[in-house]
Design a protein around this ligand. Structure first.
Ligand code: XIL
Length: 373
């Protein structure tokens, strides 16, 4: 197995890291990856408002990039038309600047966590293309220009394409067709010409989605619009996706002329109630004890398998470090992860790089050691 070669180095690296999370002088993830790619994490409101100081410290010491887990989604930024709420987003950006982070905004246009008013009129019907265009313009312009020069890159459009390569029939698509994407990219660019702009999606290892995202990138570029990177979310499981298929997509996106970012990495160890689970936030299944097998702790054999698979993915990212500009985990410590509640609420998962005590897991030592070697 590929992961074996890490094992002899593991003890030393793990000892070095044990109990730390990054005291001065120690080799942290961000120091080790400094010349490779940004290593990022999503931050939640609790971490920004002082409710979770453990994860805040681990984030500050170990990561070089941040993205807001929720507070910049349109339902939070503009809950009713024309009323913006920037308090948490402002705190997020200020925290990132104070701690020297590369700051990404997430996300400008997404069918999920968008307020109902955005695409629907008081009569309950879809608004006209003209009204939706105007609403997109005012939302994107207000948000992007507020953080001009401070937020370095934006997930402009999130999850517009389905696994088979067909287009998601979102309200944005129903009203504007495929044109909502070029429009969003154009508006974001007008609001901050220096900001990087990204298309972001899950299940990117599927062939259909891969081809359609490549087509989208090419179309935007042919039309002279700015797109800097494709974000491969990376909500993965122990049996999906095949790492070879993930690599094919990474290479296909790079070949289309953009950088690749792994934007929302987490590796669930829990049984999935659905095959090839992706990350459709609306998917939800009833809790069953049998689907929550590690509530009392993770057996060593399962932890080792998790470590091996996460190490395999990091090895892939390092192999393609000329194409990958950022790898972001979707949360700091295991407790923070949305995977504890998605797609089944109330489970105990172990999806991230730091455990519930804020200690780096074995894989962190392996990644650092593999770079040293
Ligand atoms: C998730 C958050 O982690 C949850 O807290 C929230 O309840 C739902 O959204 N793809 C994305 C992210 O682009 O914004 C989602 O974040 C996870 C899937």
């Amino acid at each position: 197995m590929k992961t074996r070669k890490f094992i002899p180095c593991l003890c030393a690296a793990t000892l070095l890291l044990a109990g730390c999370g990054g005291r001065s002088g120690e080799v942290t993830l961000k120091k080790a990856l400094k010349d490779k790619f940004y290593i990022g994490t999503a931050l939640s409101v609790a971490q920004l408002t002082g409710g979770d100081t453990l994860s805040e410290r681990v984030a500050r010491e170990n990561f070089s990039a941040i993205v807001p887990e929720n507070c910049m989604k349109s339902m939070f930024l503009q809950p009713s038309e024309g009323s913006f709420f920037f308090d948490e987003a402002d705190k997020f950006v200020a925290w990132g600047e104070a701690n020297g982070m590369w700051i990404t905004g997430h996300c400008l246009v997404w069918h999920s966590q968008a307020p109902d008013w955005f695409c629907v009129g008081s009569d309950g019907q879809n608004v006209s293309p003209e009204i939706l265009t105007q609403r997109l313009r005012s939302h994107i312009t207000a948000v992007v220009s507020r953080y001009k020069g401070r937020i370095k890159g934006w997930d402009v459009v999130n999850e517009a394409i389905l696994d088979d390569g067909s287009w998601r029939k979102s309200k944005f698509y129903e009203i504007l067709g495929e044109e909502f994407i070029p429009l969003a990219f154009q508006l974001a660019h007008e609001a901050d010409p220096d900001a990087e702009l990204y298309y972001n999606d899950y299940s990117m290892a599927f062939e259909g989605k891969r081809s359609e995202v490549v087509r989208l990138v090419k179309t935007l570029r042919e039309r002279g619009l700015r797109i800097d990177a494709v974000g491969m979310q990376g909500h993965i499981g122990m049996s999906y996706p095949a790492i070879e298929e993930f690599e094919k997509s990474l290479l296909a996106f790079a070949e289309a002329g953009v950088k690749v970012m792994i934007t929302e990495l987490d590796l669930t160890v829990l049984p999935s109630p659905q095959p090839n689970a992706g990350a459709a936030v609306e998917a939800t299944f009833e809790y069953q004890q049998a689907l929550n097998p590690y509530a009392a702790g993770l057996p060593d054999s399962v932890a080792a398998a998790w470590t091996g698979r996460m190490a395999d993915f990091f090895r892939l990212f390092l192999k393609h470090q000329d194409k990958v500009s950022r790898v972001t985990l979707w949360g700091v410590c295991d407790d923070d992860s949305w995977r504890n509640d998605w797609p089944i609420p109330g489970r105990v998962d172990y999806a991230l790089l730091f455990d519930r005590q804020g200690k780096p897991k074995a894989v962190v030592g392996e990644i650092i050691q593999s770079i040293k070697n």
